[in-house]
Design a protein around this ligand. Sequence first.
Ligand code: PHE
Length: 473
Amino acid sequence: MSSSREQFGSRLGFILAAAGSAVGIGNMVGFPVAATKNGGGAFLLIYAIFVAFICLPVMLAEMSVGRHSRKDPLGAYSTMSNNHGPWKLAGWLSIITPFMIAVFYLVITVWIFGYLFQTVTGNLTMLANPATFGSFINNYNLFYYMLAVLAIVYLILQGGVKQGIEKAAKVMMPALFIMLLGLVVFVLTLDNAFAGVKYYIIPDFSKITASVVSAALSQAFFSLSLGMGIMITYGSYLDKKSDVPGSAKMVALLDTAVAFIAGLVILPAVFSFNPNIDTSTLSDSSVGMIFTFLPKIFLALQADIGYIGASIVASLFFILVFFAAITSMVSIFEVPVSALMEEKKYSRRKALSLLGVLLVLMSMMAATSFGITDLLTNFVSYAEQQKSFFDVIIDVFYDTILPLNGFLICVFVIYRWKKAEFNKELDNGSPSYENSWFERYVNFSVGTFIPVILLLVFINTVALKYFGAALIG
Ligand code: PHE
């Protein structure tokens, strides 16, 4: 155990940093769209149940392993299993996964930055043209945007845990909350806004199918930044006196609240634009929603508040999503950086530079796989579908490996590290957790049905994605 390990400076700092990781592009658009299409309130209910009863226990498992070992995920799995080969492999997975997710997340963050830049410089009309997105992502200007985004991430991470990650979260997260609330208040004053709210909230249980349930779980799992080694790494920067269960509950609550409130911005805006909208025509992907649909809606606001007004609202929205994306990007990139610092005893600057170069190279490959380079655009094909390099990263790391990593941490905590140790770690700093019903529930669920469910999700995804054979959905 190294006594010089960096630490968060305060409980609030930790909660905001972890919530900053959890609140991301998934919350701002992915969640509202998924809820709207899949039964409104019925989806919200299922999602909330998954957050509380499945994701929160997994988050506790991750944070406790981090705080106990005070190491990066690879170091944690290695030391806590006495260098047992298969568990080391699980450690490797939890640093490779975030690196690869960072590759595709960076690409989307760069697009958002580009849209923000264009909106602020008065080009909302251009963005609202449906043809823009296709040419935008295949334009070499993207590399300038990428350099700008990387510089921001680099500067934050170079500051370290307290002066970098925590400070950025303490500025960006409150700003994000305020902008979000400002937008909600504005959007709710638009005509037909409440038709959108009604559509978003009134439950339609007939839409709930097995595949909707499984999509809700994946969305919740990703949204809380689980399976990526992030909560292990952030947990490792906590001191022994901090209340881990209490903080984890706050993070889950904040993340869910932001996702819910984002829906109160998007849906009223959509319905005000077109009160008779057939919601099945809304794009399935967050990407389609952010980059083609929403700019059109923002531009339509010019009838009420003029072009400048519409541009201001659109800029606020893109800054919001950009802040959400940056704090997530920072958290995910910190995982491999902290692993390299710990395992190879590199300085922060050296680890950051080395991995930064690798990240740029890989992200450039991903960014050019939408048409610029043919080899990467038509990268491979499986289950009778042609996949780009970008698609493959999403399929393999986001869809497939995340639930596997969740399964592994649960089994590790209960069966390798052992329940008593797990409880002891969480009781430390949280006397109210000790012997509580919640503790009993966490013990039982992490040792039984949660890993079973995550394993089933993993197997189902493998069957579906790579063999075209669905077990569910
Ligand atoms: N929780 C993030 C989101 O909802 C997901 C994420 C976190 C992605 C960290 C990358 C890095 O968008």
